[in-house]
Design a protein around this ligand. Structure first.
Ligand code: SF4
Length: 206
């Protein structure tokens, strides 16, 4: 869940010293989705490309380990933290165990974060790799598919090393981010984070 206090205290970046942001590659148009496409347009993130005082570092962990195109995978019996602790598995929709490859991809993502001294990560949600707030609970193609609050494996890897992550749909948090990088930005007070939406509140009975 985004730490709005952290976002409010982000330094004001300059062109000479831009804000370093690790981003799920598919969010900025890289065709690394399971079917070899991106997953559509994400204006809330794409807008960052317009700023010289933001340095985006795109990375697709699944592409690293499994290539593109590839099968879809989900986490079974837990979330990304459980996978890293050996208590849950990552399986493809045809049942192939991708746990080891996913952990390897998460370690690479952590290395990229460290090498680039990132100050924030913006990631795709519901992915077994990049998910950072809500992910599927087991097979997303099951008739009775379920969601859980939790992180994917790469989200968990970054989070347990102290990196702050927001998802592309945390609109309130993104508004705070834009107010830090753009002095002319007026915060949209109606923007909501994921957990303030009716679907989320109803589904998780908040
Ligand atoms: S969500 Fe992550 S793993 Fe999936 S396509 Fe996007 S960058 Fe790659």
């Amino acid at each position: 869940m985004p730490d709005k206090g952290y976002l409010k205290k982000l330094r004001i970046p300059t062109n000479e010293n831009p804000l370093r942001v690790l981003v799920s590659a598919c969010l900025v148009g890289v065709k690394c989705g399971v079917d070899g496409d991106d997953y559509g347009d994400y204006p809330s993130v794409l807008k960052l490309l317009n700023y010289d005082n933001v340095k985006l570092i795109p990375f697709c962990p699944e592409d690293l380990s499994f290539g593109t195109p590839r099968e879809t995978c989900d986490i079974y019996e837990g979330d990304g933290f459980d996978v890293l602790e050996g208590k849950a598995k990552v399986l493809t929709s045809s049942g192939i165990d991708w746990t080891t490859g996913m952990i390897k991809a998460s370690e690479k993502m952590l290395k990229i974060a460290r090498d680039n001294k990132i100050e924030l990560a913006i990631m795709m949600d519901v992915s077994a790799a990049c998910g950072n707030h809500v992910i599927y609970d087991g097979n997303r193609f099951a008739e009775n598919k379920k969601y859980q609050i939790g992180m994917g494996v790469c989200g968990a890897q970054l989070s347990r090393s102290g990196y702050q992550i927001i998802s592309w749909r945390e609109y309130e948090s993104l508004e705070i981010l834009y107010s830090r990088i753009d002095p002319t930005h007026t915060i949209n007070k109606n923007a909501k984070d994921f957990d303030q939406h009716e679907w989320y509140k109803t589904y998780f009975k908040k």
